[in-house]
Write a protein that binds this ligand. Structure first.
Ligand code: CMP
Length: 138
């Protein structure tokens, strides 16, 4: 099934100069980057993005972190891309992530886990539209 998903290189990935490594892994795996840009969220915008996590113990902290510096947001396209990108990222907690995944190789804690990816077609649609306008969406 042809899908789109939203990928974010988080502020830790950008500040640690991991953009090239992450993008290289996506390209090597054959994931197509349909749109890409660097953005900086303020606290309110980060809260809007992580609305589904409102009320959870990590909500304040993760929204502080996500608004602490620039992020790279991308639309990835392809067959089964939601699952394929999640496989490349590895588990949210890098300690549970498989060998060779982005989070296993680069994440430093459960919050500073370098990348984000949508978890379903419904959320991919919402998340893509949160960051990209109609002229930018492939
Ligand atoms: P992400 O996949 O972007 O979704 C929510 C983010 O919250 C997650 O990655 C982490 O960066 C952060 N987070 C911090 N603590 C937790 C936790 N206990 N469970 C899930 N996510 C967490």
């Amino acid at each position: 099934m042809m899908e789109k998903t939203l990928s974010i290189i988080k502020p830790d990935g950008v500040s640690r100069n991991l953009m090239g490594d992450v993008i290289g892994r996506l390209e090597k795996e054959g994931l197509k980057i349909g749109a890409i840009k660097m953005i900086r969220m303020n606290k309110a915008q980060a809260k809007g993005f992580y609305k589904v996590h409102e009320g959870k113990p990590f909500f304040e902290s993760v929204t502080d972190f996500m608004s602490s510096g620039p992020c790279v947001v991308m639309i990835l396209e392809g067959e089964n891309v939601i699952f394929r990108y999640r496989e490349l990222m590895g588990a949210t907690n890098f300690k549970d992530a498989a060998e060779g995944t982005i989070r296993r190789d680069f994440a430093t804690d459960i919050e500073k886990n370098v990348v984000h990816g949508s978890d379903s077609p419904e959320n991919a649609d919402i998340e893509i539209n949160y960051f990209f306008n109609a002229l930018e969406i492939p």
